[in-house]
Design a binder for this molecule. Structure first.
Ligand code: 5AD
Ligand code: FES
Length: 349
């Protein structure tokens, strides 16, 4: 078979089977030879399932306090070089109000693992949002909690939960995280969330310190087992106040390749083109859409706290000029040829 025939073959096989052998995934991941065919197919599949629609989710970064010490993360507990903040319920509701007026019907409350936000406090906020905006989907991203806690938040009105698994390989997981955290517990949280009935998002960083191709394949296998509704991936980006500041950033090319692979493996999945991707390349998020992504998450947080939610360096959409992140992002999405959608945009299984 000709070289061209071979490349089409592997991509076609992934498209048809939604799966490949480990060895085939390795081939696909380790060269750029298949990229063109891969992106083309991924865009086709996204179109089949979602048309040209790109879903907007209003992101509210409500606290940068965190009890954990992940080796890659800028808001890790031992980072003393960071001014900490937490939004009040009133501030959070104000963000929702602003978002609602702009048409947003999904709010994502994301924060560090902040012990201040006990179940009672978080649930009170969730029920208030739910009462005021019953037509909106409430997504929580607040890290690992007990199943009882997840249940209470669900009962209060949250229906979606984002918790990246970060690394499905145990030894990589342990390199990235402090001894107080474990992959087993991470997985347990994800399955608890599913059992309760949440739409669940998992995911990982691309090019994380020590990550190998085999590790990435383990991530794909874990996702097959979990069958999440959403998958968040983005390049690892270093932060000067972390132990891993010496590692280089993940690459855009590999991130795009993985987005396309994920689209072919999980045709229905909600796949964000992330802020991290937009941070390593000014055109990153647009290119993410051309590789099969179908969600973007403009920042709705108050402008004065934006530069404090610094998971990594040079994060975009944090300056004064980004007060209108929403219109900026909407413009970008439209300019890239997509239709901006602000409704709830539930997963289409
Ligand atoms: N670079 C890229 N992504 C990061 N995250 C945390 N720190 C970094 C970093 N340095 C990601 C994690 C987390 C999500 C909210 O942000 O995957 O789950
Ligand atoms: Fe956020 Fe442009 S997309 S400021």
């Amino acid at each position: 078979m000709s070289e061209k025939g071979k490349t089409q073959d592997l991509v076609t096989k992934l498209y048809e089977n939604r799966d490949l052998t480990d060895e085939e995934f390795k081939t696909l991941l380790e060269t750029d030879e298949y990229d063109e065919a891969l992106f083309e197919k991924a865009v086709q599949v996204r179109k089949e399932h979602y048309g040209d629609k790109v879903y907007l989710r209003g992101l509210i970064e409500y606290t940068n306090y965190c009890k954990n010490n992940c080796n890659y993360c800028g808001i890790r507990k031992s980072n003393q070089n960071l001014e900490r903040y937490r939004l009040s319920k009133e501030q959070i509701l104000e963000c929702c109000k602003e978002g609602y007026e702009l048409g947003y019907r999904t709010f994502v409350l994301q924060g560090g693992e902040d012990i201040y936000f006990k179940d009672e406090i978080l649930c009170d906020i969730i029920s208030d949002i739910h009462r005021e905006y019953p037509d909106c989907a409430i997504t929580i991203s607040a890290g690992e909690r007990s199943k009882a806690s997840y249940q209470k938040m669900f009962d209060a009105g949250a229906t979606r939960y984002l918790l990246r698994h970060e690394a499905a390989d145990d030894s990589l997981y342990r390199k990235l995280h402090p001894g107080t955290m474990s992959l087993d517990n991470r997985k347990k949280c994800l399955f608890d969330l599913k059992e309760i009935g949440y739409q669940v998002g998992a995911g990982f960083m691309v090019g994380a310190p020590y990550q190998t191709t085999e590790n990435l394949i383990a991530d794909l296998r874990f996702l097959q087992e979990l069958e999440p509704d959403m998958i968040g991936i983005g390049p690892y980006i270093k932060h000067k106040d972390t132990p891993y500041k010496w590692f280089s950033n993940g690459s855009m090319e590999l991130t795009l390749r993985l987005l396309a692979i994920l689209r072919l493996m999980f045709p229905y999945v909600l796949l964000p083109s992330t802020t991290a991707l937009g941070t390593i390349d000014p055109q990153g998020r647009e290119l993410g859409l051309q590789a099969g992504a179908n969600v973007v998450m403009p920042n709705l947080s108050p402008v004065d706290v934006r530069d404090k939610y610094t998971l990594y360096e040079n994060k975009i959409c944090t300056g004064e000029e980004s007060a209108q992140c929403r219109s900026c992002l909407e413009m970008r999405v439209k300019a890239a040829g997509y239709e901006v959608v602000t409704d709830r945009g539930d997963v289409k299984r």
